[in-house]
Design a protein around this ligand. Structure first.
Ligand SMILES: O=C(O)[C@@H](CO)OP(=O)(O)O
Length: 248
């Protein structure tokens, strides 16, 4: 094992993933299948003897529950936990709560993919006070006027990197095996940074739910295994395709 081992884990399927709804910062729970995926990810960690010393999660329950279930399965339920909104899913703006298939049909393939996967085009902002808005949510009280109303992936990179530098890198530098339990798009932002993926190429990169992705990092916190290594590569390949095809 390298001295700097990072494990990325996208939460298991959520109830809104199952219903094909844009989720973003809406705090939905795991589906029954998502719980099974989380358990399986813990088995993969345990079987690979890849045992986290510390876990970082977003402040959304699908990532928190996934980490809890996975760590419990791997007998690492006792490790220190750090949580931060900067690991949250991308804020999906006014698309939060909307059906992906209907959105594709209404706006067409090009606009749908711009909103979903372009680097710098955010969806329209969500209205304060609307059903799926986070204004007034106490967990974001400290953000004040900086609370996002929508985000593109570029915005996610900008808010995630300060946390990477200030909180995750120090854990890695101390020789800890670090688990980051987060989301499809916040992990895409992190992978973009780690692997130096271009703004264009990141549009094609999808992260599957519930399969640990291991990175071994050099002294500059750059991967010695570019692209990382999925603990179950076959399941990952299949699940990546399923994410890419959402909306169809
Ligand atoms: O709805 C969302 O928040 C994300 C992740 O589930 O969806 P997408 O993969 O379409 O960016």
């Amino acid at each position: 094992m390298s001295e700097r081992t990072l494990v990325l884990l996208r939460h298991g399927e959520s109830v809104w993933n199952a219903e094909n709804l844009f989720t973003g910062w809406v705090d939905v729970p795991l589906s029954a299948k998502g719980e099974v995926e989380a358990r399986r990810s813990g088995e993969l960690l345990r079987d690979a003897r890849l045992l986290p010393d510390v876990v970082h999660t977003s402040v959304l329950r699908r990532a928190i529950s996934t980490a809890n279930i996975a760590l419990d399965t791997a007998d690492r339920h006792w490790i220190p936990v750090r949580r931060d909104w900067r690991l949250n899913e991308r804020h999906y703006g006014a698309l939060q709560g909307k059906n992906k298939k209907q959105t594709l049909e209404t706006y067409g393939e090009e606009q749908f993919m711009l909103w979903r996967r372009s680097y710098d085009v955010p969806p329209p902002p969500i209205e304060d006070g609307s059903e799926f808005s986070q204004d007034g949510d106490p967990r974001y009280a400290d953000l004040g006027a900086d609370l996002p109303r929508t985000e593109c992936l570029k915005d996610v990179v900008a808010r995630l990197l300060p946390y990477w530098d200030a909180a995750i890198v120090p854990d890695l530098a101390a020789g800890r095996t670090v688990l980051v339990a987060a989301h499809g798009n916040s992990l895409r932002a992190l992978v973009k940074h780690l692997d130096g993926v271009s703004d264009e190429a990141i549009a094609k990169l999808n992260i599957p739910t519930g399969i640990p992705l291991r990175y071994d990092l050099d002294e500059n916190f750059r991967p010695t295994n570019p692209g990382g290594t999925y603990l179950d590569p076959e399941a990952a390949a299949e699940a990546i395709q399923a994410v890419a095809n959402q909306g169809r």
